[in-house]
Design a protein. Structure first.
Length: 552
């Protein structure tokens, strides 16, 4: 009982461990996804993008192996963003296109919609970067067509506004930013509202709309309330540009200086570069050396990111080639091994098959030889022994002083010899088998024993092999001899049936019966049936008759 209790505790501990470890693995995987996603959005170390690429390459391989399309799409989207960040726009486009091809095969739901919208938006950004504005707008329109949430639509409408703004198509840009602002109100998302207001203010300031400054200031107020530093810097730069357009250099420099302070507080080199560039354009040349240093740092950082990435991709490609080569070699070896095993197995089966065939042939040949020997002995007993006894009787009968008792004994020997010969004789091959059976049964039938034969007319004995017919004949012969010697039966019933192309024979008598013991005189009958791949079974008890069932 103690051992059983201890085993239960061990089992419970193992289950808990599996559950905990499973949840830890799932949690680790989730944490890794979040971690590497952040490393793509905001790289910190020089190897961040290369490490993220390795992670999402493995994640992609996992999606392929486990046939998880959404895992595969997510990995492709992340890999595409890494390529875009590094400036590899062609590779990024291909990865997004591959993701869309998979998404088109899936049923639409919130997840697939978000991934589809993201891929279209990503492609719009790529074409905007290439200054292929018409193609960029086409992808943004596709993104807008699948957007289901106001937050998604507002984001896309703002991106479309940027395209028109860069084209200097300001009326269309203004229209898109107004749509984006209207949509953003529905989201109750202050960041989205501030973004749309700021964009409206920028375009309105270019075309001279009176409310431009108000919108820019409202956007700054919202961002300051949220303590959204990158947004605050953007608003300060836009206010600086507004005052520069109005010719107010002092106000423009004031906002530009504040933008630089915010950028430096975040320690984001790209933001610092943007703020320094604005200050230089406004005539603040004293920051030029810092601008050059920052720009060189950014260039070096991007080159280092690219170099690390390219080195990793090169190693990864080489490793993949080696792995594929190894897999091909392994597959070839497996194929060769399977062929060798297959040939060996086929050879073994062929040998086994030939052995079985030879064994069956040997058994049939041996059985045929037994029948021929029996027939020869039976004939010899009939032709030589019985005839000699008969001639001896004839001579004795011709003598006047012959002992009558001796003649009677010789006559008995003669009849016994004839009976033995008849009992062990083979059927005549040129006669109908049913006639042979009837004659066999007639030999054993007398005033004390009645034999009933029921033979199915469906059995075509001409289509049954000669060996099978001989075996049936000999087996019935032996059963009847056994009945005559030991059973004292008054009724014998023999029935032939055919079922599923198999011949079934039922033998039963009402004789003395016996206790069946393996290895008795019936073993010879069993051997005959087994030699032609048939089956035979016996059933008997003292004073309860005897039964035999044969199928072949």
């Amino acid at each position: 009982m103690k051992n059983q209790y201890f085993s239960s505790l061990i089992l419970l501990y193992a289950i808990v461990q599996i559950a905990v470890s499973g949840s830890l693995v799932a949690q680790t995987k989730t944490d890794s996804l979040a971690y590497y996603n952040q490393r793509i959005i905001k790289p910190i170390e020089k190897n961040d993008l290369a490490n993220a690429y390795r992670f999402y390459s493995d994640y992609k391989a996992s999606g392929l192996k486990n046939k998880e399309p959404l895992t595969l799409v997510y990995a492709l989207r992340q890999l595409a963003e890494i390529q875009r960040k590094l400036g590899y726009l062609d590779e990024s486009e291909l990865l997004n296109t591959e993701a869309l091809e998979i998404l088109n095969t899936l049923e639409s739901d919130d997840v697939t919609t978000e991934y589809t919208l993201g891929a279209y938006n990503h492609l719009g950004m790529i074409y905007r970067k290439r200054k292929n504005y018409n193609q960029a707008l086409s992808f943004y329109e596709l993104a807008a067509s699948v957007a289901k949430k106001p937050s998604q639509l507002s984001y896309i409408q703002n991106n479309m506004g940027y395209v028109f703004q860069e084209k200097k198509a300001y009326p269309q840009a203004l229209e898109q930013f107004r749509l984006a602002y209207t949509t953003s109100i529905k989201t109750n998302d202050s960041i989205q509202i501030a973004r749309s207001l700021d964009n409206l203010g920028v375009v309105e300031s270019v075309i001279g709309t009176p409310d431009a400054l108000l919108k820019l200031e409202q956007a700054l107020t919202i961002r300051e309330r949220l303590n959204y530093n990158s947004g605050i810097q953007t608003s300060l730069e836009h206010l600086s540009e507004y005052h520069a357009l109005k010719g107010d250099t002092i106000q423009a420099l004031s906002f530009a200086s504040r933008a630089l302070d915010v950028a430096q507080s975040t320690n984001n080199l790209q933001h610092i570069e943007s703020a320094l560039d604005l200050n230089i354009r406004l005539g603040e040349t004293k920051v030029a050396p810092e601008y050059i240093t920052i720009k060189d740092s950014l260039r070096s950082e991007q080159e280092l990111q690219r170099s690390n990435f390219n080195t990793y991709v090169s190693l990864f490609t080489e490793k993949e080639k080696q792995l594929q080569k190894s897999e091909v070699v392994s597959a070839n070896r497996k194929t060769i091994l399977l062929i060798v095993i297959g040939v060996a197995l086929l050879l073994l089966l062929s040998i086994l098959f030939l052995y079985i065939i030879q064994r069956i042939r040997h058994k049939k040949k041996a059985l045929q030889q037994v029948y021929e020997t029996e027939s020869r002995i039976s004939k010899k007993v009939h032709d030589e022994v019985a005839n000699d006894v008969f001639q001896c009787m004839t001579k004795l009968q011709l003598q006047s002083n012959t002992d009558e008792k001796l003649i009677d004994e010789l006559e008995q020997i003669y009849h016994k010899t004839r009976n033995i010969s008849k009992e062990h004789a083979l059927l005549e091959s040129n006669r109908p088998f049913r006639k042979e059976l009837e004659e066999l049964l007639l030999h054993f039938q007398n005033s004390e024993t009645n034999i009933i034969l029921k033979a199915s007319s469906e059995i075509d004995w001409n289509k049954t092999s000669a060996l099978k017919r001989k075996t049936i004949y000999k087996v019935l012969q032996e059963l009847l001899i056994n009945m005559k010697k030991h059973s004292k039966a008054t009724i014998v019933y023999i029935a032939f049936e055919i079922n599923r192309k198999k011949i079934h024979i039922k033998y039963s008598d009402n004789g003395m019966g016996c206790t069946l013991v393996k290895g008795t005189g019936l073993s010879n009958t069993e051997n005959r049936i087994n030699s032609i791949k048939g089956k035979i079974s016996f059933e008997s008890e003292p004073h309860k008759g005897f039964k035999a069932r044969i199928s072949m």
